[in-house]
Design a protein around this ligand. Sequence first.
Ligand code: AMP
Ligand code: MG
Length: 331
Amino acid sequence: MPWNRPLMIVLLAGLVAVTWWRLQPADGQIHRSQLLMGTVVEIMAGGRPTGQLEDAVDAAFAEMTRLDLLFSSYRPDSEVSRLSQSTRGGEVSAETAAVLALGLEVAQRSGGAFDLTLGRLKSLWGIDGDNPVVPDRQAIAAALAGIGPKALTLDGRQLSKQSGPLQIDLGGIAKGYAVDRAVAVLKEHGIASAAVNAGGDMYLLGQRPERPWRVGIQHPRNKDAVLETVQVDDRAVVTSGDYERFFEQDGQRYHHIFDPQSGFPARGCQSVTVIADSVALGDALATALFVLGPQAGLRLLDQYPGAEALIVAADGSLHASEGWTKYQVTP
Ligand code: AMP
Ligand code: MG
């Protein structure tokens, strides 16, 4: 993963700092961070004696480290890399099957805007590396060959690939799943108040002491400004943005969320924030809505009762789902 590159760390740290606006630790809370899954993961926990909090947070980080070894496309020995190398697929762990099942459902329902088979395209753009490039059209067409919502089928724990060289990339959903698992581990350790943030994929468990969690959503074009503040408990808050990983060439911004139809970065949005029951779902939906753009994105959200979204369109206009206002903190 690229997290050993100083520039990326600075960019991500900036993102995290702003996303965590107002999530400063209070008395009795502990706050820990680790570089994991290509981003800075932060956990804040409170409401129990410090020793118990430390043990719980250590166990939550260990769980995310374990999952990264399954899901990473950057580790040649991960389960996902093994699947990418295989020509037909194979049997997968229960956890990889759970992520694939949710991802494939969102892929179907989004008409292929969300796609788990964009690994070749992502490598071609080199978006996570030191030398990203705008590839030529022929290379893009080759990287898109055989991809799509029907390219992978899952039957229980058996994954079948329809076209041999498909590279699987769980980058749009795996972090969210890992945060869900970290929260489950915290709960197993008796923690009832915590916040976990993996570079914009967040879960807010319970309440902070004496007041609910509040999350500031970063303005996509002004990293020091908060676009909106939401108040949530026991919910995921996930943001996908074109400011997370990008490069510029000839005045054009090229970022890391691709439209599978064109093979180019999706152009409809600057950022999408989804509030959902689980971080995995919020993660997949935020990426899917980003690709679909505001109108089609909000239509997809209708299929997910309980999920709400705030979309900043490419022109800067705001588009919120009907239930969004119940989370808004009135100024
Ligand atoms: P996120 O920050 O959750 O929106 O995820 C962005 C990451 O998801 C990228 O770095 C890619 O690994 C992957 N990705 C890019 N485009 C798509 C897409 N259309 N569908 C699913 N995953 C994608
Ligand atoms: Mg996502």
